[in-house]
Design a protein around this ligand. Structure first.
Ligand SMILES: Cc1cc2nc3c(=O)[nH]c(=O)nc-3n(C[C@H](O)[C@H](O)[C@H](O)COP(=O)(O)OP(=O)(O)OC[C@H]3O[C@@H](n4cnc5c(N)ncnc54)[C@H](O)[C@@H]3O)c2cc1C
Ligand SMILES: *[C@@H]1O[C@H](CO)[C@@H](O)[C@H](O)[C@H]1NC(C)=O
Ligand SMILES: *[C@@H]1O[C@H](CO)[C@@H](O)[C@H](O)[C@H]1NC(C)=O
Ligand SMILES: *[C@@H]1O[C@H](CO)[C@@H](O)[C@H](O)[C@H]1NC(C)=O
Ligand SMILES: *[C@@H]1O[C@H](CO)[C@@H](O)[C@H](O)[C@H]1NC(C)=O
Ligand SMILES: *[C@@H]1O[C@H](CO)[C@@H](O)[C@H](O)[C@H]1NC(C)=O
Ligand SMILES: *[C@@H]1O[C@H](CO)[C@@H](O)[C@H](O)[C@H]1NC(C)=O
Length: 586
């Protein structure tokens, strides 16, 4: 009975995955707008449709400037009338960076750069490109490639805007040249900041590498002013050659340094429950190499709505039944599928036929085909589209000094070896994605060569709902941020990851000084930035640890009623995690 159920289940998933591949659409339902307005105002959400604290963010009005002058007049207006001002582009950022805050929501303006997105000017002799802040990464890349050049670094997701990407320190992966973080390739930017009445309440300052505010301005979390123009360096157009090597994970913590030094765009994906490390051999090759490949990453493709909702329903059923092995089956199926289709690499427009896959930089570096839409096609979408009840997950992204990373992995392996099945929930998503970025001068960037690890994991639909193996994810999170002092990626993470962040950046006070200089009346501050930048302590509610809003110190921060109590970690004893321990129930 159980065996045939399992076979049916496997068959069913195999069938779905096959449909996924064959029926994959080039067109899909466009992502919903992050803002929804009616006569009384607007609600703002992130791309996943839900904030860390599950509370809506409300603004009375949104303005859409289309020129730098209009942008300047919005800043002037806000400054003159003492309104809080926040900038949003695509709202692809998970924490509440774009929300003006709750203290006086009526006195806030939200400036969207989504219509300030047309100008991309390539400066050929100077190997640079200057763009409007709201230009999307994909549009920028296509324009640069058309002119015969390539943008070297970029996040793996092409949905962000140029200003949104640099403002949060977003990155791809490279230890070569200036490295994988986009802000380290910025040559100059324009910043629109509050000014005195005689200056007209707002002014534009040009910040280039010689400017004393440069290192504050390139990663600013939207808290210094509005970035209006960004000038980035570019190189002669080139191609890339990519091979994924699905290997045993026994030694990868001793090999990642060599791997990153040897390949310009190296990364590693670690599927801990499967004992598999996938090495990405990814190098630049001359234009005369044969190949017109595309990297259409599987996680960023449009999926049939039916596939996404079925996966979600399976996950929920396993959660409800506390069925870890069910999750393992799903993880094994999905890894097998990824191997079969090379994670979405295609040698031509349609299909993967074998390694290596060679293609133009512009088509290999970043993807997001689920973004493009035909409104008439409602059969497929991004798998996390909030309208379809598809995938819903948390995302933890920790940035380590390279010298500490191997010890972190050894600790995670100890935790894994206690019970590998506990890690299946991660491997249904993308395991641990390990990437590389170089030391940066940015005050809120990395001061040394670093390793970034991302992992996604199930989030419940309902608040305060305990999750299968959540103690494991919490322990890894606390190991990363507290034991090894990793820094949180600004655009990702649950709130607890940001605690103590002020002490983790040697130049943090220089950033605050720049903010005080440019925005003395804190127009660009919000609840989130006050909590993060100024360490304002947030309230510790019932169940706060379940949502990553706190680290538990009492059982009520977990959910004792459902058998989840605040307990020490298994490997990192100082961790405090919500663990299922029904025997603790009175
Ligand atoms: C599916 C997915 C995959 C991702 N993959 C990666 C990845 O591989 N690597 C990575 O590093 N990140 C990744 N990210 C994160 C993403 O790169 C960042 O969230 C980025 O900031 C999104 O840009 P946005 O234009 O949507 O910015 P928003 O979310 O709209 O804004 C982000 C921040 O920038 C500020 N901002 C935006 N525009 C301006 C402006 N003109 N002036 C001043 N401040 C401004 C906002 O106030 C806010 O603080 C991913 C996100 C998603 C959803
Ligand atoms: C406007 O939207 C808000 C929430 O987004 C809702 O509470 C309110 O009732 C809506 N008002 C109208 C007039 O539809
Ligand atoms: C919203 O802002 C725009 C321009 O900033 C203004 O013209 C409009 O009247 C405002 N609407 C509301 C409802 O406040
Ligand atoms: C600019 O944004 C608008 C609306 O978001 C979109 O319709 C348009 O295609 C974008 N333009 C470019 C050049 O990307
Ligand atoms: C290249 O940059 C230099 C110095 O920044 C500038 O003087 C020159 O005008 C630029 N060249 C072009 C073609 O814009
Ligand atoms: C894959 O990695 C293994 C070591 O883990 C190595 O022996 C093998 O040669 C690699 N394969 C390719 C195609 O490079
Ligand atoms: C590409 O061009 C270089 C020199 O221009 C040449 O040495 C090389 O053999 C060429 N490679 C291929 C694959 O044609």
């Amino acid at each position: 009975m159980a065996g045939s159920g399992r076979r049916n289940f496997l068959f069913f998933h195999g069938f779905l995955l096959l449909m996924w591949e064959t029926l994959q659409r080039t067109h899909a339902m466009p992502p919903s707008s992050p803002t929804q307005c009616n006569a009384t105002g607007c609600t703002l959400s992130n791309i996943y449709g839900i904030w860390g604290d599950r509370k809506d963010c409300w603004v009375p009005n949104i303005t859409y400037p289309t020129t730098e002058e209009e942008l300047q007049s919005v800043v002037a207006h806000a400054n003159r009338y003492q309104l809080k001002l926040k900038v949003v582009s695509g709202s692809h950022t998970i924490p509440k960076l774009v929300c003006p805050g709750t203290s006086s929501p009526g006195n806030a303006v939200l400036l969207s750069t989504s219509m300030y997105n047309s100008s991309v000017v390539v400066d050929v002799p100077n190997l640079s490109v200057t763009t409007d802040a709201g230009v999307s990464l994909r549009y920028l890349i296509d324009k640069v490639e058309e002119a015969g050049f390539s943008l070297v670094p970029s996040p793996y997701w092409e949905g962000g805007s140029v200003a949104g990407i640099i403002s949060t320190g977003a990155h791809g992966s490279s230890w070569w040249g200036k490295g994988g973080a986009v802000h380290d390739h910025v040559l100059a930017l324009n910043l629109v900041v509050p000014a005195t009445e005689s200056e007209g309440f707002a002014k534009i300052i040009r910040v280039d590498a010689q400017h004393p505010l440069f290192n504050a301005a390139i990663v600013s979390l939207g808290t210094l002013g509005v970035v209006s123009k960004v000038k980035l360096s570019i190189e002669q157009r080139f191609k890339r050659s990519i091979t994924f090597n699905f290997s045993d994970d026994a030694q990868f913590e001793d090999e990642f340094v060599d791997h990153a030094r040897r390949h310009e765009f190296a990364d590693i994906t670690w599927y801990a429950s499967r004992h598999t490390a996938v090495y990405r051999y990814d190098d630049r090759v001359p234009l005369n190499n044969t190949g017109d490949g595309v990297y259409d990453f599987i996680g960023f493709r449009a999926n049939l709505v039916m596939v996404s909702t079925t996966l979600r329903a399976s996950e929920k059923a396993f959660e409800a039944a506390r069925n870890v092995n069910g999750k393992c089956t799903l993880a094994a199926t999905s890894l097998g599928y990824k191997k079969l289709i090379a994670n979405g690499l295609k040698n031509n427009k349609f299909i993967f036929t074998g390694y290596p896959v060679v293609g133009y930089q512009g088509k290999m570096q970043t993807s997001g085909s689920c973004l493009y839409s035909s409104v008439t096609d409602t059969l497929s979408s991004c798998s996390w589209d909030p309208r379809i009840k598809g995938l819903l997950f948390y995302e933890t992204t920790a940035i380590f000094p390279a010298s500490k990373f191997a010890d972190f992995i050894r600790d995670v392996k100890k935790l894994r070896d206690l019970k590998p099945e506990n890690f299946c929930g991660l491997d249904i998503y993308n395991g641990f994605l390990i990437r590389f970025i170089k030391a940066s001068g940015a005050y809120l960037g990395q001061t040394e060569d670093s390793v970034v690890v991302d992992f996604n994991y199930y989030r419940a639909d309902e608040p305060s709902t305990p999750r299968l193996n959540q103690d494991i994810w919490e322990e890894i999170e606390q190991m990363a941020f507290f034991k090894y002092g990793a820094r949180p990626h600004w655009a990702k993470n649950r709130n607890l990851a940001f605690s103590g962040v002020q002490q983790k950046y040697p130049n943090f006070q220089k950033f605050i000084a720049a903010k005080n200089q440019l925005d003395p009346r804190n127009l660009f501050s919000s609840d989130w930035s006050d909590e993060i930048l100024f360490g304002k302590v947030a309230v510790r509610d019932e169940g706060c640890a379940l949502e990553g809003q706190c680290v538990c110190s009492e059982d009520r921060h977990c959910n004792p009623g459902k058998g989840y109590f605040c307990k020490p970690g298994l490997v990192y004893m100082e961790a405090r995690v919500c663990r299922y321990s029904p025997s603790s129930m009175a």
